[in-house]
Design a binder for this molecule. Sequence first.
Ligand SMILES: Cc1cc2nc3c(=O)[nH]c(=O)nc-3n(C[C@H](O)[C@H](O)[C@H](O)COP(=O)(O)OP(=O)(O)OC[C@H]3O[C@@H](n4cnc5c(N)ncnc54)[C@H](O)[C@@H]3O)c2cc1C
Length: 442
Amino acid sequence: MPALHLNKQVSSKDSSSLPHVVILGGGFAGLAAGKALAKYPVKITLIDKENHHLFQPLLYQVATAGLSAADIAQPLRHIFSGQSNLTTLMDEVIDFDLNTSKVNLVTQSLYYDYLVVALGVTTGYFGNQSWIRFAPGLKTLDEATELRRRVLTAFERAELAKDSGETSLWLTFVVVGGGPTGVELAGAIAELAQHVMAKDFRHIDSTKAQVHLIEAGPRLLSAFPKSQSTYAYKRLSKMGVKVHLNEPVTNVSADGVTLSQSSISSGTILWAAGVEANSVANNLGDIPRDRAGRLEVNPDLRIPNFENVFVAGDLAKLSDHKGKQVPCLAPAATQMGRHAAKQIIRDIAGRSLQPFIYFDKGNMATIGRSSAVANFRNITINGYFAWLAWLAVHLVFLMGMRNRISVFLNWAWSYLAWRQGARIITKKLIGRSDGPSATSSN
Ligand SMILES: Cc1cc2nc3c(=O)[nH]c(=O)nc-3n(C[C@H](O)[C@H](O)[C@H](O)COP(=O)(O)OP(=O)(O)OC[C@H]3O[C@@H](n4cnc5c(N)ncnc54)[C@H](O)[C@@H]3O)c2cc1C
């Protein structure tokens, strides 16, 4: 394929004639694309609505008071401070005009020669958007701190409860979704109740808290081998988590959840079931999508009909050369971001573009402290050694030395002392709208 005719209408103060690469999203894919272009003569603008890159795999620990928000995020500006060909803008993408190679942000419009769309996915409620209010998801730092507020406040409300019914309502936690995030959340809440909180209250017995994990399908961790699903089920059951399989949620309200065969009264419902494409991507035009709205990209990660637009990360739907769907995982997003960057360089050099080849680095999930499942190709490990591997992998891939040290010290402290360092409620429960209707609205 010949090199593209470069668009010289770069909106920048300097009138650089370098190709302008605009990267949308500073998640795993956007970050990898930006870094992979560091040594090339291109002008890069990276846009994110947040000022930080977020390490989502540890979000559940912020939600359950194990880590602080700042431990798992790093300012984008700092990450790229040494990369002179990249400018970071904290702005929000609202629209595209692909025919004129323009992206519209809240504050301005930018022309590009190449566009990398890496805007990720959001929590999906299968068309029941009204459930968000009662069952927030876990995708951003704001959401993680909101979940933490709800979980910690539930114990406080239980302590203030006027009767046993109210106490039990507040001491019942429901986690919807039996994937890695749901399993990790349920395990962490059970441990919080049984060990961390146990000595801290005078009226309630936090060890009586009930944690329900709801899964619509026949097993937990459906992306893992069946033996690991069984391991997770047994392990969670041993920790006191009540796992419900084959029970889709049919309604969510302030008072609890209705399942296909039963209902559970609960003051705290957390949603970890399903994703949908970032809605901004709808403005990319008539591109084939899967049921979650993810964009079906060409093998080289470009979208049909536009030779200078790449989609990378969770937002891209693609099967690899063996026909296996590339999963929504951080290593896949990183590899896609890098691939998009390499293809841009090839295109500028007038070389043909190559298909994306996914290297499967395996999958891991923790099930409470000291236990995890890990699988790499045909090798599966369960239990303590999988957990040690999980700790090591997450420390290595976490961005920033300060964060690594802080997380390591937090983990060591929690492990030795059964204490969670981030048990701070930063926003008060506002009223009935986000809690069970049985309680006072004060
Ligand atoms: C709770 C949780 C746990 C996970 N655990 C694991 C795990 O253990 N292992 C693993 O491999 N993967 C895990 N994942 C998945 C992994 O985090 C994703 O696959 C990865 O983040 C995808 O990278 P991305 O760059 O495509 O999107 P993201 O990392 O989601 O980045 C998208 C970026 O786009 C920005 N953005 C969105 N909309 C706009 C807009 N309109 N304007 C400007 N900026 C915008 C966002 O702020 C964000 O920075 C987990 C995900 C979650 C939510």
